[in-house]
Design a binder for this molecule. Structure first.
Ligand code: XLS
Ligand code: CA
Ligand code: CA
Length: 437
C-alpha cells in the first residue's frame, strides 16, 4: 500500500470512551444490529471529487490543499489520486466510492483525447479494485463545470451542448458498468434557469427527459441492472433548479414515464436548501417507493448555501436513519459522504478525521434509530393517532366505501369531533430520552 497518509493508521473501533482521534467510537463494522452488520446497513462511500480532487477553493480564495501527491503530469496526478483513494478507503474501512468522469482523469485537448484518458483511468481503477472488497456505488458525468454547459446540458438551448453531454453520459455509463457499479446519478448541475425571459421551460424539461430515456435505453442495452438516480436540489448553481425536491422530481418522473428505472439520491444539504428537513425528503421518497441512495453531509443553518460539511448532527442523522430503515434499508444504494473538509482543515489528517466523524455520526444514528423503533413509543403514538380510520366511518373512508352524502348524514348525527392533542413536546422529549440515555 502507498503511504500518502502517513499519520493515518488502519482505523479501528475502540468504543465511546476512547480518546484516540484515529479510532471509531461508535462504528463497529462487523457488529450485528437487527440481523445485519453495521457495514451492511450503512454502506459508506467516499466521494472522489471532494476527497481526492477538491483543493479548498472558494469564491474569495485559492486552494489551501495540495492534491497532486507530489506528481507533475496530469495522468500521473490522476493515478496518484487513485492510489491515495484506495489507501484512504482501506485505512478507513470504506467499501464504496462514487465519481464523476472528470474527477478521475484529466481533460484532453478534444473529446477523443479526454475519452482516452478517462478509459485509461477506468482500467487503472478496475485493476486497483482487484484483490480488494472495494466497489463502485455509483458513477456520474460532470456536465455542469465546463463553459459549454453554461446554459445547461440536457436543458441547454444549444443542441450541440446537449449532444456533448449525451456523449459524456454514454462514456460514464460504460465506466459504471465496467466497474460493476449499481447506480448512475443525474444531478442537474445547471439544469435550471436564471430568468424565464430567455427560457423555454417546457422544451427544456422535455429534452431533459429525452436525455434520461436515452440513458436508460443505452444502459439497459449494455446490461446495466442497477438504478438510475435523480438527485434533487432546489438552487445553486442556477437560481431555479428543475429537480427542486423529491416531490418535484417524482412528478417529473411520472410525467415522462421514467419512474420504473429511476429512484432518488437524497442529499441532506439539498433538503435544507429546499426548506425541508432531510427526514422529510427521505420520507417523501419512501412513501412513493423511490428511495434509492443518500448523500450524507450537512449545511450550516447560518449560511444559505451548499457547504457540504461532514455530518455531525446526530439528531438529523438519527431521523434520517429511522426513515432509511423504514424504507427497507439500502439495496443498490448506500451512504455517500458528499462532504468536504473546511478550507482551513487543509492537512491530510483532516480528511481522515472528517470521515471518522461522519461515519461515527451515522453509526450512532443507526443504533439510535433502532432504539427508537424498539422502544416503540413514537410508532405506537402515530398508530394510535390515526386509529379512527380503523373502525366505523374512518374505515369506510379508507376503503373508499362512503360518499359526501353519507358523511354529511354522519356529521349531523355525530356532532362536533372530539379532538386529541398531537403531543409534540412529549414526543420530542421521548426522542431526547432515547438519544441521551
Ligand atoms: C452538488 C451535488 C453533486 C452530486 C453529483 O451539489 O451534490 O456533487 O452529488 O454530481
Ligand atoms: Ca450530492
Ligand atoms: Ca451538495
Amino acid at each position: 500500500m502507498t503511504n500518502y497518509f502517513p499519520n493515518v493508521p488502519i482505523v479501528k473501533y475502540e468504543g465511546k470512551d476512547s480518546k484516540n482521534p484515529f479510532s471509531f467510537k461508535y462504528y463497529d463494522a462487523k457488529k450485528v444490529i437487527h440481523g445485519k452488520t453495521m457495514e451492511e446497513h450503512l454502506k459508506f462511500a467516499m466521494s472522489w471529487w471532494h476527497t481526492m480532487v477538491a483543493g479548498g477553493t472558494d469564491p474569495f480564495g485559492a486552494e489551501t490543499m495540495d492534491r497532486s501527491y507530489g506528481k507533475k503530469e496530469p495522468m500521473d496526478i490522476a493515478k496518484a489520486r487513485a492510489d491515495a483513494a484506495f489507501e484512504l478507503m482501506t485505512k478507513l474501512g470504506i467499501k464504496y466510492f462514487c465519481f464523476h468522469d472528470v474527477d478521475i482523469a484529466p481533460q484532453g485537448s478534444n473529446f477523443e483525447e479526454t475519452r482516452k484518458n478517462f478509459h485509461e483511468m477506468v482500467d487503472y481503477i478496475e485493476e486497483k479494485m482487484k484483490g480488494t472488497d472495494i466497489k463502485l456505488l455509483w458513477g456520474t458525468a460532470n456536465v455542469f463545470s465546463n463553459p459549454r454547459y453554461m446554459h445547461g446540458a440536457g436543458t441547454s438551448p444549444n443542441a450541440d451542448s446537449f449532444a456533448y453531454a449525451a456523449s459524456q453520459i454514454k462514456n460514464a455509463i460504460d465506466a459504471t458498468i465496467q466497474l460493476g457499479g449499481m447506480g448512475y446519478v443525474f444531478w442537474g448541475g445547471r439544469e435550471g434557469y436564471e430568468t424565464l425571459l430567455n427560457t423555454d421551460m417546457k422544451l427544456e424539461l422535455d429534452n431533459m427527459a429525452r436525455l434520461m430515456k436515452m440513458a436508460v435505453e443505452y444502459g439497459r442495452k449494455k446490461g446495466f441492472k442497477g438504478d438510475f438516480y435523480i438527485e434533487p436540489k432546489p438552487k445553486e448553481p442556477t437560481k431555479h433548479q428543475y429537480d427542486f425536491d423529491s416531490a418535484t422530481v417524482l412528478a417529473f418522473l411520472r410525467k415522462y414515464g421514467l419512474e420504473k428505472d429511476f429512484k432518488l439520491n437524497i442529499e441532506a444539504n439539498h433538503a435544507t436548501l429546499a426548506g425541508h428537513t432531510f427526514q422529510h425528503e427521505l420520507a417523501t421518497a419512501r412513501i412513493n417507493g423511490v428511495f434509492g441512495s443518500v448523500d450524507a453531509n450537512q449545511g450550516d443553518p447560518a449560511l444559505g448555501w451548499d457547504t457540504d460539511q461532514f455530518p455531525t448532527d446526530i439528531y438529523s442523522a438519527t431521523l434520517a436513519m429511522y426513515e432509511i430503515i423504514k424504507a427497507g434499508g439500502f439495496v443498490n444504494g448506500g451512504l455517500n459522504f458528499d462532504a468536504k473538509v473546511r478550507r482551513g482543515s487543509f492537512e491530510f489528517d483532516d480528511l481522515a478525521l472528517g470521515y471518522i466523524a461522519g461515519m461515527d455520526t451515522f453509526a450512532l444514528a443507526l443504533i439510535k434509530a433502532y432504539e427508537i423503533i424498539d422502544d416503540g413509543r413514537i410508532d405506537e403514538f402515530i398508530k394510535a393517532r390515526y386509529s379512527s380510520y380503523s373502525t366505523g366511518i374512518g374505515k369506510k373512508i379508507v376503503e373508499g366505501k362512503t360518499s359526501l352524502e353519507e358523511l354529511e348524514q354522519y356529521t349531523i348525527d355525530n356532532g362536533e369531533p372530539t379532538m386529541e392533542s398531537g403531543r409534540q413536546e412529549y414526543l420530542e422529549s421521548v426522542l431526547n430520552n432515547i438519544l441521551f440515555k
